[in-house]
Design a binder for this molecule. Sequence first.
Ligand SMILES: Cc1ncc(COP(=O)(O)O)c(C=O)c1O
Length: 392
Amino acid sequence: MSLLEKFAAARQLKSGLGNAGKDPTNVVFERLNSATEGIVNGRETILAGTNNYLGLTFDPACVAAGVEAMQSLGTGTTGSRMANGSYASHGALEADLAEHFQCANAMVFSTGYAANLGVLAALLAKGDAVLLDSDAHASLYDGCRMSDADIYRFKHNDVKSLERRIARLGDRAGRCLIVVEGMYSVLGDCAPLKEIVEIKERYGATLLVDEAHSLGVFGERGCGVAEAQGVLDKVDFIVGTFSKSLGAMGGFCVSNHDVLGLFRYVSRPFMFTASPSPAVMATTREALKQLRTRPELKETLWSNAKLLYRGLEQLGFELGPEISPVVAVRCKDRQTALEQWNQLLEAGVYVNMMLPPATPGGASFLRCSISAAHTPDQISTIIGKFAELNNS
Ligand SMILES: Cc1ncc(COP(=O)(O)O)c(C=O)c1O
């Protein structure tokens, strides 16, 4: 077998994705008119799958901050912070994050993916154990794999399964990292963090929570599910991204453990990649300010989420277990998902196609993510287009 033959399966996957119309992995937004509307295939389209929870991508203050930073500091940093130095805005954003999460330390990475790789690979070593939720995002899994730690998966959101696994570690429980998400990205369900914290404390373990989808969405200050469940100060490491509710790009980790500061010297995904650009830093700082000062964004997001969830529920669709800004519609099978995704796109509604193996239970979903920027009219249109699917 030649080196390139292994791509046969990927070739087959690619052609299968296009067999019901457009390939969902290759959608082109020809123009964006706002945070919730664009032109796709020459057609006005409502964007209902963007992770743009607070709708800040076109916020005038965020755009102005990005433009000003680019004009005064240039388009990119052209190197890593380790080799090329930091910009003042890197440190300023870290200070903003530490203050926002009321944590002693914060560290910024170039993407959310790099934050997970960088934190997990730095934190874990041979002989350590990781207990990873079975639905955890690929970046968390990849980060664990970058270390030589032993990885054990427990059943999604199942504290009994977690406890069984941690008990089996015996004396090694103290060298165990529990890794979960706040709100999970496919079904929009939340981790039972209070119970997980109780287990981690009882066994002397360490806990990392990825709040990528929950930042700006949960908790009074918008810190995420840990804040909403009253255990923010009990989580050892919180990681997240700027690419969803903050509408920019980049990732972060906050922690009260001072070792976070030492990750700068050992974390390869931090050390060997270019630092986030001045525009990204400025936009993210402004978006964080908006999150702090405009609580109405979160309120509108939640009323929109309820509207969409209730509307689709009434139509009889099988949805994720709880109302949240991620509303996932379960499809009968992969082919139905592909066909219905295409039907929605032709009807002017863009949602995300979620197919196995990246999905819980190997099921196929049409995932909507709702935004504070959606109007009630747009939400009724989305529901109406799903209703037409139901009837076809
Ligand atoms: C739970 C979770 N963590 C991390 C990431 C990676 O974030 P980014 O896309 O900003 O690199 C994602 C992205 O989808 C995610 O869903």
